[in-house]
Design a protein around this ligand. Structure first.
Ligand code: COA
Length: 258
């Protein structure tokens, strides 16, 4: 049951739309719970191959709900951060592809959720920022950790310390998003990208995500060993037999995820 979000599945592509447009899709506790519900559905349902995350109206997500933050104690704040971090990590660790289609404001927790997706595309109207310092707080859903990993320490610190908003063109220039499109083309492009990924071997896609996710912060030797092990595991799958046989037979592969 979704109240603050909508969740729809169309021919194996799920779309999660945060839907509190009158509050610019701000993440209150209930909405964060629905994000968890959605990512659990995506990872557990066999009829879903990938996920698009987007927002209704002029915002993607304008951050955590400031009316809830205003009342929090240090204990509440710690619990809030840990809960959000745990749920956002589920998006990042999903072995099914997750694309953020950023349609508008992606601020604070919105920018952090977008960064927890596997990659981001944006409409020309998207705006990004980590404005927490303007409220006298710091990011709590991974912004201080994922932003420097994605765009580099100096650029991340500039965004984190100034709290400034950047437009889609600047987000593209610094590598925060992979592509900027006219608004009407955003969701069709996300859908096409997911379908391109989903046409590949699903076990192989999952292994790529895992190797990048777990190898990224590991020493190179450990990451390379992880990759070699994943390469070996995939050699035992029907999908590898099918993918290589289809190439040699000059036909399209029919992957089963086995
Ligand atoms: N939490 C709670 N409510 C929020 C919100 C948030 N993060 N962001 C926007 N809203 C609410 C506004 O309070 C307003 O509600 P109201 O109509 O009941 O007064 C409504 O959404 C529309 O926002 P508004 O500020 O009027 O829109 P705008 O187009 O003038 O400005 C922003 C857009 C994004 C620049 C502005 O809303 C903003 O700065 N939001 C906060 C961003 C932020 O600091 N996020 C990080 C939180 S940790």
């Amino acid at each position: 049951m979704y109240t603050n979000c909508t969740f729809a599945v169309n021919d194996r592509v799920a779309t999660l739309t945060v839907n509190r447009p009158d509050k610019l899709n701000a993440l209150n506790a209930a909405t964060i719970g629905e994000l968890e519900q959605a990512i659990v559905e995506v990872t557990s349902r066999d009829d879903i191959g990938g996920l698009i995350v987007t927002g209704a109206g002029k915002a993607f997500i304008a951050g955590a709900d400031i009316s809830e933050l205003a009342k929090q104690t240090p204990v509440d704040a710690k619990n809030r951060a840990l809960r959000g971090q745990r749920i956002f990590a589920m998006f990042e660790r999903s072995r099914k592809p997750v694309i953020a289609a950023v349609n508008g404001f992606a601020l604070g927790g919105g920018c952090e959720l977008a960064m927890s997706c596997h990659f981001r595309i944006a409409s020309e109207f998207a705006k990004f920022g980590q404005p927490e310092v303007k409220l006298g707080i710091c990011p709590g859903y991974g912004g201080t950790q994922r932003l420097p990993r994605l765009i580099g320490k100096g650029r991340a610190l500039q965004l984190l310390l100034t709290g400034e908003m950047i437009d889609a063109a600047e987000a593209l220039r610094i590598g925060l998003v992979n592509q900027v499109l006219p608004a009407a083309d955003l969701l069709p492009r996300a859908d096409a990208l997911l379908r391109q990924i989903m046409a590949n071997g699903p076990l192989a896609v999952g292994m790529c995500i895992e190797a990048v996710q777990y190898g990224y912060d590991a020493p190179l030797d450990e990451g390379l060993n992880l990759e070699a092990n994943h390469f070996a595991i995939l050699a035992g799958t029907q999908d590898m037999r099918e993918g290589t046989a289809a190439f040699l037979d000059k036909r399209a592969p029919a992957f089963t995820g086995r």
